[in-house]
Write a protein that binds this ligand. Structure first.
Ligand SMILES: Nc1ncnc2c1ncn2[C@@H]1O[C@H](COP(=O)(O)OP(=O)(O)OP(=O)(O)O)[C@@H](O)[C@H]1O
Ligand SMILES: [Mg+2]
Length: 491
């Protein structure tokens, strides 16, 4: 690293312009649900036992209110909390602290509204409040809070000894400011947006809610936890925990097949907000808080046949910088060092996930008994596995007949049928499980078949006007004959 001597150097002040900078905070890309979750993180870190989310419908002047009974803040501490970059991400935090950047309160709030009010009181202290008003910042271009609070919010902390209220008003990202109070359509949409928020919170904080560390209320209804792993299902398969270093624990769950769920309701519930397919993948937790739900972290792709696979990954906040946890706490990237291990664990889990379907398939096959017609048969020779097309399959027989009338169509259908039915999934699983190995292509084929095919193509090419030299060269460039140069030279 280059060493600069700071002791005797000219400097110039380059303070960010408040109006421009604070607008930039709005563009971090939160959704309503990730923004609310970020505010709740703070309540949890403040030791809250009850967290209440409310919405006040007033058309364009509607508000979202998040209140907790945590330890609260003094007047000075409110101002400190409102400062962007209140705490350095490099500073060490206690293991239960869900914060990291000293930004969440501000960035999450501004992503949804133009007025962020913080009202708080400590045990035995007074109620204090401050507001970030983006219009005021735009007007003055100064990093200044205003001593202001929305109507009817001063009494909000009367029923708790200590606590904090976050009020979002002027919700320009949620509702157009001119929305009328009697606009039923807008009112319904506003409510619907919160259905997603509720499901997201039930999932994000499910461990806290299960452990009864706090209660979470939506307009006085308690939000119940949603556990992605269906731990009460008897047919659930649980994989052994794998550790990566001291800070990361990985545990896979393979949900039961639909027909093996304890009830239709349990199956529906397990589906989650986004459906089974979307919910497959890793579930990354940081200090018990879910960061990412159903994401293969770029290690593999979502596949219909993996949709029963959900893998829990537990991180401590000590690995934050390695995993590049983002400001929204909704993204994480595994560092190079653990990618391989995560990937091989995921492959094993997906292998088991595919088995659940294969198992169903086998049940049907058993029912069909000897009537069952596989398209591809699995074979094994010298401990090496391979697949062959089943010549006895009715479709192949039919194609042979068709070939007599319309060879072009028959060949095209045969090829299509082979292309479409290649048992890639099974091959993939076999590879992943590293059961023996795959047989080398052409390693067992009768050499005379290759030779005869080669001769026929060679002669046809000569008939088409190629010189013997040209015909031989073209074979050398043709799969699979390129592997048999000696045979070509003998032609
Ligand atoms: N509900 C609350 N109760 C008590 N203190 C709070 C509350 N909300 C915020 N604070 C204080 O304000 C600070 C700033 O919060 P903010 O969310 O901006 O940053 P952070 O939580 O430290 O980090 P991150 O950017 O990762 O969220 C917190 O560290 C905390 O001290
Ligand atoms: Mg925070």
């Amino acid at each position: 690293m280059m060493n600069v001597d700071f002791s005797n150097i000219q400097t110039a002040s380059a303070i960010p312009g408040a109006a421009a900078m604070i607008e930039t905070f709005r563009a971090i890309g939160y959704s309503l649900e990730t923004a609310v979750a970020d505010i709740i993180d703070n309540s949890i870190s403040a030791g809250a036992r009850n967290i209440y989310i409310n919405r006040v419908w007033r058309g364009g002047e509607s508000m979202i209110i998040i209140k907790d009974d945590g330890y609260g803040m003094s007047d000075e501490e409110i101002i400190q909390a409102m400062r962007p970059g209140a705490q350095n991400p490099l500073e060490e935090r206690s293991l239960t602290d869900l914060g990291r950047f000293g930004l969440g309160l501000k960035t999450a709030s501004f992503s949804q509204c133009r007025n962020l009010t913080l009202i708080s009181k400590k045990k035995g202290g007074n109620v204090n409040f401050w507001t970030w008003n983006l219009d005021y910042v735009a007007l003055t271009n100064r990093w200044e809070l205003i001593r202001w609070l929305p109507d009817e919010s001063e009494k909000m902390l009367d029923d708790v000894d200590s606590g904090t209220v976050v009020v979002w008003s002027n919700l320009d990202r949620v509702l157009p400011s001119l929305t009328r109070v009697d606009d039923e359509n807008a009112k319904r949409k506003f409510s619907e947006a919160f259905d997603k928020v509720k499901s997201h919170l039930a999932m994000t904080f499910h461990r806290f809610l299960e452990d009864k560390l706090f209660k979470l209320y939506w307009c006085s209804h308690e939000i119940k936890p949603w556990n992605p792993f269906c731990l009460n299902e008897k047919k659930l398969q649980i994989m052994p925990t794998d550790y990566i270093g001291n800070d990361i624990a990985v545990k896979g769950y393979i949900l039961p097949h639909k027909n093996n769920f304890s009830s239709e309701t349990a199956y529906k519930n397990a589906e989650g907000v986004y459906g089974f397919s979307a919910h497959q993948g890793f579930y990354v937790y940081r200090g018990n808080r879910l960061l990412l739900a159903g994401d293969w972290l770029g290690l593999m792709r979502k596949e219909e046949s993996y949709k029963l696979v959900r893998i829990q990954v537990d991180l401590q906040n000590t690995v934050d910088s390695d995993w590049q946890i983002d400001i929204k706490k909704s993204k994480a990237y595994p560092p190079m060092g653990c990618r391989l291990q995560l990937e091989s664990y995921a492959k094993r889990a997906c292998g088991l996930g595919v088995e659940v379907y294969k198992h169903r398939g086998r049940i049907l096959k058993r029912r069909a008994g000897s009537d069952f017609q596989p398209l591809w048969s699995e074979k094994k020779k010298d401990d090496k596995w391979y697949f062959v097309v089943n010549r006895e399959h009715s479709m192949i027989k039919h194609l042979k007949l068709l070939a007599k009338e319309d060879p072009d169509q028959a060949i095209e259908m045969l090829l299509k049928f082979v292309e479409e039915s290649i048992p890639t999934k099974t091959i993939y699983v076999k590879e992943a499980q590293e059961e023996n190995t795959q047989r080398q292509p052409y390693s067992d084929i009768d050499i005379s078949i290759i030779k005869s095919m080669m001769e026929q193509i060679y002669h046809n090419q000569i008939l088409d006007g190629l010189t013997p030299e040209q015909a031989r060269l073209s074979l050398k460039y043709m799969e699979p004959f390129n592997e048999y140069e000696d045979l070509i030279d003998e032609l």
